[in-house]
Ligand binder design. Structure first.
Ligand code: ADP
Length: 305
C-alpha cells in the first residue's frame, strides 16, 4: 500500500489512506478476542475508520508551538515551531530519536506543561487561555495518560487501580454505570479473570494494561501514551500496542503515541517524525490491519531518517 508524505505544519491533515482489505471480511490479524463485552463474537470485525473530515473538527490542534528550557546560561530550544492536528478516532505517532523533543511535545499537547509560545486547542478550547482550575479539569476529564512506568498502587488490585480516577473524584465505583465501565475496560485490555490480582501478581505487560485501562475508564477524548512499551520486551510490547490498537478500532479512541521505535509507530495511521524540536516529515500509513513496520522503515530509510 502506498505511503504518502507531506510537508510538516502546512494546512489541514489530508484524508487517511485507503484500507487495504475488505471491511466485510472477518479479521484475521493478531488482535486477540475481547472478553464477554457487548459484542457478538461471530460478527465480522471491521477495522473502523477514524473520522478524517475538515480540520475544523480536529480534536487537538497545535499551532506553532515553541518550548525553551533555560538552565542558568544555557537555553535549550526543545520545540521550534510545531503545528499539527489530530482528528477524532485517529492514532497518531510522534516518532524520533532521544532528545528530539517528543516528550516535551506530548507534555505540552496534553496540558501538563505550557509552551513558551504557540497554542494548543483541545476540543475547540485554547488551553493556555483557560484558568488553571479549568485547564486542570479539562485535562482530568478529557485526557488520559500512559507512561513508561506503570504508576500503579501496589496495595490495590486491578479493579481498584482502574477505579482510581473515580475514587479520587469521590464517586463510588462499585455501583451501576461506573462498575460496568470498569469491567468493560478490563475486558478491553484482556485482563478479565485478573480483577483481584495486585500489581506484584501481574506480569509487566499486564501491569501496563492495567495502567491503560485506568487511563481509558474515564472515556477521555484523547489518550496520550509516552513510550508505553519502553520498559517491556518485544512480545510484551506488542501486547500493549495491540491493546491500544483495540481501543482505537473498537472504541474509536483517539491516541497520540510517543515512541522512538518504528515497530510501535507502525500501529499509527500517521507518523510525525520529530527531529531537533520540529516535525521533519509526516508519513501517512492509513488504517491497516497489519502492523508490519517494514514499509515505514523503508520510507524512513528513503528519507535518510
Ligand atoms: P525526547 O522525548 O525526544 O527524548 P525531550 O522532549 O525529553 O526529548 O527533550 C528535548 C530536549 O529538551 C532535550 O535536549 C532535553 O535535554 C531538553 N529538556 C527536556 N526537558 C527539560 C527540562 N525539564 N529542563 C531542561 N531541558 C529539558
Amino acid at each position: 500500500m502506498a505511503i504518502a508524505t507531506r510537508t510538516p505544519g502546512t494546512g489541514p491533515v489530508p484524508p487517511l489512506g485507503p484500507v487495504d482489505r475488505d471491511p466485510a471480511e472477518p479479521r484475521t490479524g493478531p488482535v486477540p478476542p475481547l472478553g464477554p463485552v457487548d459484542r457478538d463474537p461471530a460478527e465480522p470485525h471491521a477495522v473502523a475508520q477514524p473520522t478524517a473530515s475538515a480540520a475544523t473538527e480536529a480534536i487537538l490542534e497545535a499551532r506553532d508551538l515553541t518550548k525553551a528550557y533555560v538552565l542558568g546560561q544555557n537555553r535549550v530550544e526543545a520545540l521550534r515551531g510545531v503545528s499539527l492536528s489530530v482528528q477524532p478516532g485517529e492514532f497518531v505517532a510522534l516518532m524520533g530519536p532521544s532528545g528530539s523533543g517528543k516528550s516535551t511535545l506530548l507534555q505540552v499537547l496534553g496540558g501538563l506543561d505550557q509552551p513558551t509560545s504557540g497554542e494548543v486547542i483541545l476540543e475547540g478550547q485554547a488551553i493556555s487561555q483557560l484558568s488553571d482550575d479549568h485547564a486542570t479539569r479539562l485535562r482530568r476529564d478529557r485526557t488520559g495518560f500512559v507512561f513508561q512506568s506503570f504508576n500503579l498502587i501496589p496495595l490495590l488490585d486491578t479493579v481498584e487501580n482502574v477505579a482510581l480516577p473515580f475514587t479520587i473524584a469521590g464517586e463510588d465505583p462499585t455501583r451501576g454505570e461506573l462498575r460496568d465501565r470498569i469491567r468493560d475496560v478490563i475486558a478491553l485490555v484482556d485482563l478479565t479473570g485478573k480483577e483481584h490480582h495486585k500489581p506484584d501478581q501481574l506480569s509487566a505487560g499486564e501491569q501496563q494494561r492495567v495502567a491503560i485501562a485506568r487511563a481509558l475508564v474515564t472515556r477521555p477524548a484523547l489518550l496520550f501514551a509516552d513510550e508505553p512499551t519502553g520498559n517491556l520486551d518485544y512480545t510484551t510490547g506488542t501486547e500493549i500496542l495491540d491493546a491500544l490498537w483495540r481501543s482505537c478500532v473498537e472504541r474509536s479512541q483517539t491516541i497520540v503515541l510517543v515512541t522512538h521505535d518504528s515497530k510501535a509507530a507502525a500501529y499509527a495511521d500517521r507518523v510525525h517524525v520529530i527531529g531537533d524540536g520540529q516535525i521533519r516529515e509526516t508519513i501517512e500509513l492509513g488504517r491497516r490491519e497489519s502492523h508490519d513496520a517494514t514499509p515505514l522503515i523503508a520510507r524512513l530509510a528513503k528519507l535518510g531518517l
